[in-house]
Design a protein around this ligand. Structure first.
Ligand code: UTP
Length: 289
């Protein structure tokens, strides 16, 4: 049995330029899908996968994130006094247990690889997960849980992947596949944002990773990659050949909430799954379409 995955890193220090001015004073990851911030959806997914420790790599506007996962004793007391039990339940559910959340800072957004490297001291020498909250995944069994189950079989590194149209390969990290059983692909290479004609496959890595701590040795070198940023893909690519590396086609739908239309689609998809509002939302959509 490989070492268990107990820690997750949420890189949330990006500038979120595509959502300005909404992201001027709050991080993009605090934008809500219906009534929960993207980041809370991500925390709940990690919890369902058995994660115990939550590491946030923050940048500007850190307070909104810290406050959100903290216990707000004054609010809790007021809700209790007013008999608002349901609201109190919802608020308490957003809290992370004492001593289980860690905040570290990426002062300058030098890229996703650099953000992950900023968590190295908290992760130490054990496998860990990374969840990008702006990749929202709707699935019966949470995506990270599916990945942990796959990891327990194959060990090493496991990334979540989806098939994308060939004309879109230049937006993603793409797998070079050695073997593929339709669910798990054995990876022999990774390319960041290849042109469609040069892409080794159409399997794209989404924002869910289980990685071994050796990735920090490569991130340490701080080499600039595509877009002049320190890319996580480049460091992961160096692990291939030295450790098992697999791509998992998870069951579920992924929405790119870093993009405005993707964000709206995720909101609608999530609302349509909620028993408390699905019928009303469907009716409302009929009116517009
Ligand atoms: P994006 O590529 O979506 O960048 O980052 P962004 O800055 O958040 O948004 P745009 O493109 O300017 O609109 C993907 C994830 O990686 C994190 C982001 O916070 C997001 O969760 N990230 C990215 C960092 O934490 N640090 C970085 O230097 C870059």
């Amino acid at each position: 049995m490989p070492k268990p995955v107990r820690k997750v890193v949420f890189p949330v220090a990006g500038l979120g330029t595509r959502f300005l001015p909404a992201t001027k004073a709050i991080p993009k990851e605090m934008l809500p899908i219906v009534d929960r911030p993207l980041l809370q959806h991500a925390v709940e997914e990690a919890r369902a996968a058995g994660i115990e420790d939550f590491v946030f790599v923050t940048g500007r506007s850190k307070r909104a994130i810290e406050d959100h996962f903290d216990a707000d004793t004054e609010l809790n007391r007021t809700l209790e006094e007013r008999g608002k039990a349901d609201a109190l339940d919802v608020v308490r559910h957003s809290e992370i247990a004492p001593g289980r959340c860690f905040y570290t800072r990426q002062q300058v957004p030098l890229g996703l690889g650099h953000a992950v490297w900023c968590a190295r001291a908290v992760i130490g020498d054990e496998p860990f997960a990374i969840v990008l909250p702006d990749d929202f995944v709707q699935a019966d069994k949470p995506c990270l849980q599916q990945m942990v189950e796959a990891y327990e079989q194959v060990g090493g590194n496991v990334v979540a992947v989806v098939d994308v149209p060939r004309e879109h390969t230049s937006r993603y990290g793409i797998l070079d596949v050695e073997k593929d059983d339709g669910r798990l692909a054995t990876v022999r290479g990774l390319v960041e944002k290849p042109k469609p004609a040069e892409a080794p496959s159409t399997l794209s890595v989404i924002g869910r990773y289980i990685l071994q701590p050796e990735v920090f040795d490569h991130l340490e070198k701080q080499q600039l990659g595509a877009g002049n940023e320190i890319q996580l893909t480049d460091a992961m690519a160096k692990l291939i050949g030295t450790q098992p590396f697999h791509g998992l086609r998870f069951e579920g739908n992924r929405y790119d909430c870093g993009d405005k239309v993707g964000f709206i689609e995720a909101t609608i998809a999530h609302a349509l799954k909620r028993p408390d509002m699905a019928d009303k939302v469907r009716e409302m959509l009929h009116k517009y379409c």
